[in-house]
Design a protein around this ligand. Structure first.
Ligand SMILES: Nc1ncnc2c1ncn2[C@@H]1O[C@H](COP(=O)(O)OP(=O)(O)OP(=O)(O)O)[C@@H](O)[C@H]1O
Ligand SMILES: [Mg+2]
Length: 183
């Protein structure tokens, strides 16, 4: 089964194709309630009610090159197979919120994997997009915001390889500090 970070990559790529200028990833680990929650919010073109009602089916896509879209249906399936659930809310011209909740301790829950690599890959390919990543574990949390980074680095472009490398290290160190469950 693929890592959750790869699901995140798929879902964020949907947001990018929907012309989002701001995308937020929120991961919440609630050990007491045995929940591992991933929420992705964007301000893209959204979906109307009719499309939204059928979007979790694998045969729904707006792609012209093939007629299956798997990103959303696979994430939903994975969440449900690990004792969790999936929700999607969207509004035309406003944006979309996707939530996948897994049982934290379920043996079928995929590992989070290389979320720092996924985030820096997305930032490098889409430097104009405002990305936020908030990871909460119990009482600790780590907040990462590309607008803050851009202010810090001033005239150096955020997609510069040295910056991306430093950001990846920064994210990994912070995840380590809050004892985030990556593996
Ligand atoms: N964040 C979003 N905003 C607007 N529309 C979306 C968003 N996410 C998905 N969609 C719509 O839902 C469809 C299905 O998405 P899904 O990720 O399941 O498949 P896909 O992106 O079409 O193909 P694949 O993910 O397999 O490459 C998309 O084609 C798009 O029309
Ligand atoms: Mg997709």
């Amino acid at each position: 089964m693929k890592e959750l970070s790869l699901h995140i990559l798929d879902i964020v790529q949907n947001s990018i194709r929907a012309k989002a200028s701001k995308i937020e990833l929120r991961i919440t680990e609630d050990i007491d309630n045995n929940q591992f929650e991933i929420q992705i919010t964007d301000n893209g073109i959204g979906m109307d009610k009719v499309f939204l009602d059928k979007v979790t089916s694998p045969f729904v896509t707006s792609r012209k090159t093939r007629n299956v879209g798997l990103g959303i249906s696979l994430l939903k399936q994975n969440a449900e197979q690990s004792g969790g659930f999936f929700t999607i809310n969207s509004e035309s011209n406003k944006g979309t919120i996707i939530k996948a909740v897994f049982e934290h301790q379920n043996i079928d829950r995929p590992i989070l994997g290389d979320v720092a690599g996924t985030m820096t890959l997305l930032i490098g390919a889409n430097p104009q997009i405002h990305f936020i990543y908030l990871h909460k574990k119990e009482l600790e949390q780590f907040y990462f915001d590309t607008e803050e980074v851009k202010n810090e680095i001033d005239t150096i472009p955020i997609q510069h390889p040295d910056i991306l490398k430093a950001l990846k290290e920064l994210i990994n160190e912070n995840l380590n500090d809050i004892k985030a469950t990556i593996n």
